[in-house]
Design a protein around this ligand. Sequence first.
Ligand SMILES: [Zn+2]
Length: 299
Amino acid sequence: MTRTDGYRLYACPHCDKVHVGLNYVSFNFMAFENWSDGRSYQSLYDSRQGLHRCVGCEDFFLKSEATFMGSIPGWRSRISQDDTELDIQELIRRQNADLTFFDFSWINDLIYPLKSWLNPSRFPQKKSKKQIAREKKEKEDAKQLLAEEELKKDLEAYPWFSYAQDSDLKHIIDNKTNYSDDLLRSARTLYWMYLNDAYRTSRKYTHGEKNLSLEEIPEFVPTAEQTENMLALIELLKSDEFVLKTRIGELYRELGDFDQAIAWLDDGSDSYQEKETILTLARQKIRAPVKIVYAHQRR
Ligand SMILES: [Zn+2]
């Protein structure tokens, strides 16, 4: 399950402009639709490779390259902090109460309505359980509203962290000398998926949403621009500290270099759905990007 808790502040590495973004504490990597090139639809995690565009100088940076400036707690944790304080008070009260050996308070509880009836100004009528519950709820609602307003004020000072768009990618690649290899790896990965979208669209146009047998998969022929980007991406992936073998295998497969694809995929490491699908296609000499259908998605 994807869960967030509060917000985090990050400064742009180019101009120090501070942005605010959600603080993710856990991720769900499931998506409605997954493709062999990594494109996913309706996913619950960052499928933009961490690539952001600054609201101030409009230049690009990776989240990992931004400077962490601190956190802003969400409204829930603002309220639960109050609750902990109350709990401690309550604990002390109970500890003191435990010191009395004989507790006759039940007698008081029993005769209170009588005292109240006889002398209402000195013993005001006690509230009903319903009334107490209602007042408690009203108090909690007011607390939440206050916390939300405080939070809104804290957030207002900063613009939201925003992702680079597909239309930004060509500009980044054309000006590659300005950026780190890590950033270019993200940009070229997104550009690869973006250029493959044309194939996805035409496949959907002719075959709809259904899962296709190997014979039905329409042919894929990358353009010169796609080929150039895929080859450059392979070099960037190979130079990374953590080499994504399955992704390199997939790139070679889409380029039609099936021997290289199989060499990168069939390396004796653990088997998993994505790798096995791509390997099967490489052995069948099919180069088109395909949907990865997981067991829970079979229809
Ligand atoms: Zn900036």
